[in-house]
Write a protein that binds this ligand. Structure first.
Ligand SMILES: [Fe+2]
Ligand SMILES: [Fe+2]
Length: 284
């Protein structure tokens, strides 16, 4: 069965109503993620509409479907695609004609007042509040959490209270967090002296911090106190552990382990790690 939709979505935008955000001619919210803070929307600008100055805290990209807007980067018209890096500061954006564009926003946008101060925050939370108000106009107004505490999916993991589990290739691991939305996973790894991890390719970036011992890999010899970053696509020969080693691994995508001929033997990803966690839980 090659189908498991997870959180996949097919949004028929033509069947959505435009809702008001107080600035634009209308919004069709396509997806909001509290996990990543990303949101995707179709946005309608009216001819003559001016959006206030703002700062893109996360990057964003836009595709103009109809009309266009004039902004600091130029005049974007139908068919144009715009990328804004994290931190981009924009003066007012104007719409000389009726405009529809697709927005993929990978972090909050701060809307500034005339002085450039006192920003209002446009983020996944305010986007969700807008959708909730549109669905239930007479419902309780959604406020930011009182008391300045809303943990969402925050975690405090007491690793000393977790049991080691066997990862199947000779290491012991403690799984700290598995993220189905992003595919990220965070683990503590204990490798015995002499442990050899097979050649592998990092299909997403990863970083490591050596707590005890160390490992020898293509990038050098990492020892206690060393921090290692691997970019997406990094191809590694076997990694060896000359001594008992303890390190933390933050892994932002799958790792493909290779057979001697270079083909893929197995994939370590959030799903295989979750399966390992589930198997372990069922036998304890
Ligand atoms: Fe902008
Ligand atoms: Fe590696």
């Amino acid at each position: 069965m090659y189908f498991d939709s997870l959180g996949a979505a097919l949004v028929r935008t033509n069947e959505l109503d435009w809702i008001g955000d107080g600035i634009n001619g209308g919004i069709k919210m396509l997806r909001i993620s509290s996990e990543t803070g990303w949101f995707a929307a179709l946005i309608k600008g009216r001819a003559g509409q001016v959006n206030p100055p703002h700062t893109h805290i996360g990057p964003a990209c836009f595709y103009v479907i109809e009309g266009g807007f004039d902004y600091r980067g130029g005049s974007a018209r139908a068919g144009d695609w715009v990328w804004e890096p994290a931190g981009a500061v924009h003066p007012a954006t104007s719409h000389p004609v009726d405009t529809i564009y697709l927005a993929n926003v990978f972090g909050p946008v701060l809307l500034h007042d005339k002085d450039g101060k006192e920003p209002a925050v446009l983020d996944w939370r305010s986007s969700q509040a807008m959708v909730d108000r549109a669905k239930n106009p007479n419902g309780a107004r959604i406020k930011r959490p009182q008391g300045y505490f809303d943990p969402l999916n925050a975690a405090l993991v007491r690793t000393n209270e977790l049991e080691w589990i066997d990862d199947g290739i000779g290491n012991q691991i403690k799984i700290l967090r598995i993220n189905k939305e992003t595919g990220y996973f965070h683990i503590l790894i204990k490798a015995p002296a002499g442990q050899v991890n097979p050649p592998h390719t990092h299909l997403g970036p990863a970083d490591f911090y050596v707590l005890e011992g160390g490992f020898d890999y293509r990038g050098g010899s990492a020892r206690a106190g060393d921090w290692v970053y691997e970019p997406t696509g990094a191809v590694h020969d076997a990694t060896t552990h000359p001594m008992d080693t303890l390190y933390i691994a933050n892994v932002y995508g799958p790792v493909a382990f290779h057979k001697p001929d270079g083909s893929i033997a197995s994939i370590l990803d959030w799903r295989s790690l979750q399966a390992l966690a589930d198997r372990t839980a069922s036998t304890r």
